[in-house]
Design a protein around this ligand. Structure first.
Ligand code: ADP
Ligand code: MG
Length: 402
C-alpha cells in the first residue's frame, strides 16, 4: 500500500522519503449539520486513505506534489498567509501554516500525496489530506506530540482560515481519531469523544456507500445559508447554539420563533441531534439493525426540513430502501455527494444493483457503490511502528444495554 507513495516520492524528488503517513476519508453515519450547531455526530473512517510520503528540508521550503492532481508547488513557509495559495496546494500549505501559527516547530519538507479517497464526493478527501499532512509534518520535525483531537482542530483551522472553507471539526476528528471496528461519537462542543462498537460484519450487516458523482452548483452557497439560518435561530431563541435546545422543548422553541422560515432548520437540528444519541445507544446495545429507521428519518429531515438533498440522493435512498435496506440517508453536506445504506449482508448486492439500475433509468451518471468497513484513523505507515495512537482512544461504550 505504501510502496506507491515511496516510489512516487522517489520519482518526484530523486531520493527516498523519511516516512509515509496516511489518514482515511470518512462517512458520517448520522448527525448532519449538527457539528455546526455544536451538537453530536457519528462518523466512521473509510478503508480508503490518503498517503503522504515526506522528508524534512532544512531551507524552510515546502515542496508539494500529488499523483492525483496536477500542479506541483514550492512555497517558502515564511511567506505563507491565508489567500496566498490557491488550488490543492492550499490544503497541505494551510496545515503547515496552522501548525506554525500554533507555535509548533514545523519546518520545510518535500511532500508527495496519493489517495484512493474519492475527491469531492462528500467523503472528506480534504480532511484526509490535511490530517495525513499534519501527522507527517509534526513527526518529521519532532514537534511535541500534539494529541489527536488537537491535531484535528489545527487541520480544521487550516481548512477554515487558510483554504477558506467554513467546515466543522467532524471530518478532521474522524480522520485523526477513528479506530477500526468503531464509529466515533463526537460531541463537537467537546471534549467528549467515544468509540462505539461498529463491527457490522459480526451482525451480518454491511454499510453501503453510494457516491452519486454529482455535485450541484448551489452546494457552497446553501451550506453558508443554512449555517447562517441556524445562527439566527439560536440568537432568536437566546441560546449559544441550537444544540442547547432540548429535544423535549422543541415544540415550545418552534412556537417562540417569529420567523417561520427558521422553524424547519431548528426542527432538523434538534431532532437530528436526538437521532445521533439514539443510534449511539442502539449500537452500544448491540442492536445495529434497529438504527435503520433512524437513518431514513434523518434523510427525510434533511430533505424536507433542512432542504439540502437533491434528486440523485433522494433516488438512491428510496431505491435502497425499496430493495431491502434497513435504512438509508444522504451523508455529508448534500446537493450531491454520497448516500449510505445499512443492509443485510446477503442483500448488499441486490441493493447496489437496484440503485445502479435506477440511476441508469433516470439518465444519471452511474454511481460508485462500495461497502465501507469501519477503519482506523491517521497513522505512520512507513517506517512502521504504526506511528502511535496518542490520545486516539476515547472511552469505549459498554457492549451491553445502556
Ligand atoms: P471532499 O472533502 O468531500 O472530498 P472537498 O472539496 O472538501 O471535497 O476537497 C477536495 C479537494 O481536496 C480537491 O479538490 C483537492 O484540492 C484536495 N485533494 C483531495 N485529495 C487530493 C489528492 N489526492 N491530491 C491533491 N489534492 C487533493
Ligand atoms: Mg472536504
Amino acid at each position: 500500500m505504501t510502496g506507491g507513495a515511496v516510489t512516487g516520492f522517489e520519482d518526484a524528488y530523486g531520493y527516498a522519503p523519511e516516512g509515509v503517513w496516511s489518514a482515511p476519508g470518512r462517512v458520517n453515519l448520522i448527525g448532519e449539520y449538527t457539528d455546526v450547531n455544536e451538537g453530536h455526530v457519528l462518523p466512521v473512517a473509510l478503508p480508503q486513505r490518503t498517503r503522504v510520503a515526506a522528508a524534512a528540508r532544512t531551507d524552510g521550503v515546502l515542496r508539494l506534489r500529488s499523483r492525483d492532481v496536477p500542479g506541483p508547488a514550492g512555497l517558502p513557509l515564511d511567506g505563507l498567509a491565508p489567500g496566498r495559495v490557491t488550488g490543492w496546494a492550499a490544503y497541505p500549505a494551510g496545515v503547515a501554516w496552522a501548525l506554525r501559527e500554533a507555535g509548533l516547530p514545523v519546518g520545510g519538507a518535500d511532500v508527495y500525496v496519493e489517495s484512493d479517497v474519492p475527491a469531492g464526493a462528500g467523503l472528506s478527501s480534504s480532511a484526509a489530506l490535511e490530517v495525513a499532512t499534519a501527522l507527517a509534518l509534526t513527526e518529521l520535525h519532532g514537534a511535541a506530540p500534539c494529541d489527536r483531537p488537537a491535531l484535528a482542530r489545527l487541520a480544521q483551522r487550516a481548512e477554515n482560515a487558510f483554504v477558506g472553507v467554513p467546515c466543522g471539526v467532524m471530518d478532521q476528528t474522524a480522520s485523526a481519531c477513528c479506530v477500526p471496528g468503531h464509529a466515533l461519537h463526537l460531541d463537537t462542543r467537546g471534549p467528549a469523544l467515544r468509540q462505539v462498537p461498529f463491527d457490522l460484519a459480526a451482525h451480518g450487516l454491511r454499510l453501503l456507500v453510494v457516491d452519486t458523482r454529482v455535485r450541484h452548483a448551489l452546494a457552497d452557497g446553501a451550506y453558508a445559508a443554512r449555517r447562517a439560518g441556524c445562527e439566527a435561530a439560536a440568537r432568536a431563541l437566546g441560546v449559544r447554539a441550537l444544540r442547547d435546545v432540548p429535544y423535549g422543548e422543541l415544540e415550545a422553541a418552534l412556537g417562540a420563533l417569529a420567523d417561520p422560515a427558521l422553524r424547519p432548520l431548528v426542527r432538523h437540528v434538534v431532532t437530528e441531534d436526538e437521532r445521533v444519541r439514539d443510534v449511539v445507544a442502539l449500537l452500544a446495545a448491540g442492536e445495529p439493525r434497529k438504527a435503520g429507521p433512524l437513518l431514513t428519518a434523518g434523510h427525510a429531515s434533511l430533505r424536507d426540513d433542512f432542504a439540502v438533498s437533491c434528486p440523485e440522493l433522494d433516488l438512491a435512498v428510496a431505491v435502497a430502501n425499496g430493495a431491502g435496506a434497513l435504512g438509508a440517508r444522504m451523508t455529508g453536506a448534500g446537493f450531491g455527494g454520497s448516500a449510505l445504506a445499512l443492509v443485510e449482508e446477503g442483500g448488499a448486492e441486490a441493493v447496489g444493483a437496484a440503485v445502479t439500475a435506477a440511476f441508469a433509468a433516470a439518465g444519471h451518471r452511474p454511481p460508485r457503490v462500495f461497502a465501507a468497513v469501519a477503519s482506523g484513523g491517521a497513522r505512520r505507515e512507513f517506517p512502521g511502528d504504526g506511528g502511535g495512537e496518542v490520545g486516539v482512544r476515547g472511552e469505549e461504550e459498554p457492549a451491553g444495554p445502556p
